[in-house]
Design a binder for this molecule. Structure first.
Ligand SMILES: [Zn+2]
Length: 407
């Protein structure tokens, strides 16, 4: 049975982790940074050495293809990172994909369909999350591009110009879906489930949808010394009560894997001697089932209204963003399970709580994802790690999944 070379894959992972290595051992390789552009040049050279046909599209998506014609089976992930991130998030999927194509070429396995490995541009969203796959799948609007900025204010058009790209040409990266047969991405789980259950391979059923709301409670800025407690219209206490009860609502009334988070709270006027007149919460909810997600969103908004009414204050719920859940293809899930069975590896069907490029690919082709265990569930931090044997198992499952889909 054909297998990947773990030593060669680990060499590539180590080599890529040098680009943007931070003093504390982490990896800082945001999209369009010099470290990222050097990593891209290195990746292109590695793809060429592997005998692949290479190109870079107007978005910066970087491709290497084995075989001719269409439709192709696509695999990959991303080589950008969060600030002070780890060596595996994204990098594993790209380099394991490259290792699979290299292995298939060397073993001269006959294929019915060509195989393409891709590194998607700005997955982590320094300027725009999932930018490359968004453009590739035809979801990038020209009018939005000039507005895309990094948190420090740097404009995407300027960042891309420094790297030799014209951001306004990015929508031209849109692909004809008929040229794709399937997409499969290997990724670290970034959570604790596989490790906790001792299962080596996660078969991703879907990627959760996300609702982000700003909830603003409006009370009265009364004197905090002279106003009797019973007469106060305290916006912060309303926000606090709402946060606790909304958490309970999501935990008890959700699917069992629904999650919510209050990532920011802003209290005004923000001094000790005035009762808080205004409290704004940023709330996020994630869930795989679109109906459960929509219901939780409605029920939380209704709860905010009840809390405000009982406390005789006002509330507004502003919807900031809505990402619908992405269902991944049954055919790809079955191809992954067949590959794992061949390698005698147990699998677990699971949801991805994090966003991935696969959610965009799922809108135009049959898409799937393979997860491997993350040590301690840690990710987006320097000590992000997976056992070398876990990496080897994941890469071999990717290899046989690609062979199942392409031959
Ligand atoms: Zn990632």
């Amino acid at each position: 049975m054909v297998k990947i070379s773990l030593s060669r894959l680990r060499q590539d992972l180590t080599a890529l982790a040098h680009f943007g290595r931070a003093p504390g051992g982490g990896v800082s390789r945001p999209a369009w940074s010099p470290a990222h552009e050097e990593a891209r040049a290195w990746l292109l050279a590695r793809m060429k050495q592997a005998g692949l046909e290479t190109w870079v599209d107007p978005t910066g998506n970087t491709f290497g293809k084995l075989g001719d014609g269409a439709p192709a089976v696509l695999t990959g992930s991303h080589i950008d990172s969060v600030p002070d991130g780890g060596p595996l998030d994204g990098a594993l999927g790209v380099l394991a994909g490259l290792e699979c194509l290299r292995t298939i070429r060397e073993a001269a396995v006959p294929l019915k369909r060509p195989l393409t490995v891709v590194a998607w541009s700005d997955e982590e969203g320094r300027y725009q999350s999932l930018f490359g796959s968004r453009a590739f799948t035809g979801k990038l609007k020209m009018a939005d591009i000039p507005k895309m900025r990094a948190p420090d204010g740097d404009r995407l058009v300027d960042a891309m110009a420094r790297a030799g790209f014209n951001a306004l040409e990015a929508p031209r990266a849109a692909v004809d879906p008929r040229t794709l047969a399937a997409y499969v991405e290997l990724h670290i789980e970034q959570g604790p489930h596989l490790e906790a259950r001792g299962i080596p391979i996660g078969v991703v059923e879907g990627i959760v949808g996300i609702r982000r709301n700003r909830i603003v409670f409006q009370g009265e800025p009364d004197h905090a010394g002279t106003t009797p407690m019973a007469r106060r219209k305290d916006a912060f206490l309303a926000a606090a009560e709402y946060a606790l009860r909304a958490r309970e609502l999501v935990v008890k009334g959700g699917s069992g894997r629904s999650v919510t988070n209050f990532g920011a709270v802003e209290v005004k006027p923000g001094v000790t001697n005035i009762v808080p007149a205004r409290a704004a919460l940023l709330q996020e909810m994630r869930e795989l089932d679109p109906e459960v997600l929509a219901r939780l969103d409605r029920e939380c908004a209704a709860l905010a209204g009840r809390v405000a009414k009982r406390r005789r204050i006002r509330v507004t719920v502003q919807r900031l963003s809505r990402n619908e859940p992405a269902r991944l293809a049954h055919e790809v899930q079955r191809a992954i399970e067949a590959a794992a069975a061949r390698l005698q590896l147990r699998t677990l069907r699971m949801a991805s709580g994090a966003g991935h490029d696969a959610q965009n690919l799922a809108t135009i082709t049959k898409a799937g994802m393979i997860f491997i265990p993350s040590k301690g569930g840690r990710s987006h931090r320097p000590d992000e790690a997976s056992d070398p044997r876990a990496i080897e198992r994941g890469a071999n499952v990717l290899l046989h999944t690609l062979l199942n889909l392409a031959s």
